[in-house]
Design a binder for this molecule. Structure first.
Ligand SMILES: Cc1cc2nc3c(=O)[nH]c(=O)nc-3n(C[C@H](O)[C@H](O)[C@H](O)COP(=O)(O)OP(=O)(O)OC[C@H]3O[C@@H](n4cnc5c(N)ncnc54)[C@H](O)[C@@H]3O)c2cc1C
Length: 476
């Protein structure tokens, strides 16, 4: 059989696919990248970049209105969604060249636009071309899951794929889903002047997080005037653009009608596996999920799956990490390389909620022997100077003080969690963090202070007695 035309063929040009393509080509592989729409994926066009840009404008609007907290005169920011979304567009445009077809072609990647499919375990066909490769990488991402609510198809509902195209004012917004995307966008729209109500079938917001941490976020969202209906389903929706009526049904069957100018669906994600003819490739699916081993290899050992479509943690940094693992396999033949189990993430509400490793809830549910230590931001001087003392840090350790998990809810939690990402990756103990000098005054000192709690606890009455004896101390 003729040798394959490419070393690597990547299907999907988002966060994961682009890193495989750029990395592969830079390392000397012959790479083709197939994209059905435009390079950049969800993160650039409909996810991280637009949402974090929107959140920044919303945060400034909030701080202007509440400027008395910093001894300044409050001002009305008079938000115009059209102008804010124009800024979102500009930020995307500023990043886009890094993900452009020209850049990738310049790196030597064969960029092919079109929607193709496998015709055999060795061939992927697109636009009349038969692509053969030593390694195929499926990096097709995910899309919003739209619940089968009666009437939903008759209204113009929003998802993360359309919400950033809005230019008209949003007087009122119903958000279906109180996960990270729902909470982030609910708060942003509220701060930009919309009346916002969140509806969720779950009994609380951010259900993947420990309840005590999620409660800090929820308290802030409620304080800002966002309405929440938990344990509630949307029984049906009716109306036209600008006048949407949603019938909410509580757990006890009681119904009420909620009206709003707009409705946003943020109720989970579906994996983009359709249309690829995975069966022809010998790639098995189980309940809509591509079957893969712990090294991201599918049931066809030449086909890998990375990023959201792999069905695990759906974050840009995970997609990029997966890409690095696939490159180790495809280029350096490091067959044993596996994705890290230490995955940090952050919900970018204000306050932010970030986590890495096991949660307190996980530890209890899995019967893992553990200890929990907390430290509040109100005892961190920098949090006081910032006027942002909400929230706390929490670490979970084993009996010997080895770190199992950490979570932070508060200002800049997404940045602060990185230290614990390193600590968990390196198998460190609380004493390792406790022994690091942290710059004063920084929010990061909360990482040391929470680890100090473990050290203080290690000081048993017997140890204290011995210290007193040895060093002839006078204390009681
Ligand atoms: C509102 C929102 C906010 C988010 N915020 C964050 C955040 O703050 N931090 C974070 O880490 N993550 C965030 N995410 C998640 C992040 O965007 C995704 O995890 C990331 O984009 C996944 O990368 P990927 O490469 O798997 O998929 P994508 O980046 O979505 O790329 C998939 C690509 O494949 C293409 N494609 C699909 N099907 C085919 C096909 N059949 N043939 C060819 N091409 C195809 C698509 O057009 C797309 O370009 C957010 C997501 C959303 C929706």
């Amino acid at each position: 059989m003729a040798s394959p035309e490419f070393d690597i063929v990547v299907i999907g040009g988002g966060s994961g696919g682009l890193v495989v393509a750029a990395g592969g080509s830079t390392l000397g592989a012959k790479v083709a990248l197939v994209e059905k729409h435009k390079l950049g994926g969800d993160c650039l066009w409909y996810g991280c970049v637009p949402s974090k840009t929107l959140i920044k404008s919303a945060q400034i609007a909030f701080e202007m209105r509440n400027a008395q907290r910093w001894a300044l005169t409050p001002a009305d920011p008079q938000p115009s969604l059209a102008r804010v979304m124009e800024r979102v567009r500009e930020v995307i445009a500023g990043i886009e060249p890094f993900d452009s077809p020209e850049r990738f072609r310049g790196l030597g990647v064969d960029v092919i636009f079109g929607e193709g499919r496998f015709t055999s375990p060795e061939v992927f066909e697109v636009g009349g071309r038969r692509l053969t490769a030593k390694t195929f990488v499926i990096a097709t991402g995910s899309r919003p899951a739209v619940p089968p609510i009666p009437g939903i198809e008759t209204i113009r509902y929003l998802t993360n794929e359309t919400v950033f195209d809005l230019r008209e004012p949003v007087a009122s917004l119903i958000v279906i889903g109180s996960g990270p995307i729902g909470c982030e966008l609910a708060q942003a729209f509220r701060r930009l002047g919309s009346a916002v109500t969140v509806v969720d079938i779950a009994s609380s917001a951010l259900p993947r997080e420990d309840p005590d941490m999620a409660a800090v976020v929820l308290r802030q969202l409620v304080a800002e005037g966002i309405g929440f209906h938990f344990d509630t389903t949307v029984a049906n929706v009716t109306g036209a653009a600008g006048e949407i009526a949603a019938t909410l049904r509580g757990k006890d069957g009681t119904e009420q009608v909620l009206t709003a100018s707009h409705l946003l669906v943020a109720a989970g994600r579906r994996l983009n596996t359709e249309g690829l003819d995975l069966e022809a490739a010998g790639v098995a699916l189980e309940q809509g999920r591509i079957v893969a081993d712990d090294k991201l290899r599918t049931t066809n050992p030449h086909v890998y799956v990375v990023g959201d479509v792999a069905g695990g943690y759906q974050f840009t940094h995970v997609a990029e990490h997966h890409a690095g693992i696939v490159l180790r396999h495809a280029i350096f033949k490091l067959w044993w390389a596996k994705p890290s189990k230490v995955i940090p993430w952050c919900t970018f509400t204000d306050p932010e909620l970030a986590r890495v490793g096991i949660s307190e809830t996980d530890a209890k549910q899995r019967n893992v022997a553990h200890q929990v230590y907390r430290f509040p931001f109100e005892e961190i001087d920098r949090a006081r100077t910032e006027g942002e003392t909400e929230g706390f840090a929490k670490i979970i350790t084993d009996g010997k003080g080895r770190l199992l998990g950490a979570a932070i809810v508060g200002l800049r939690a997404g940045e602060l969690i990185a230290e614990y990402g390193l600590a968990l990756t390196k198998g460190m103990h609380a004493k390792d963090i406790s022994g690091v000098i942290h710059t004063y005054p920084t929010l990061a000192s909360i990482s040391r202070r929470v680890a100090d709690q473990r050290m203080k606890e290690g000081l048993t009455p017997t140890a204290k007695t011995w210290i007193k004896r040895i060093f002839r101390l006078q204390g009681a």
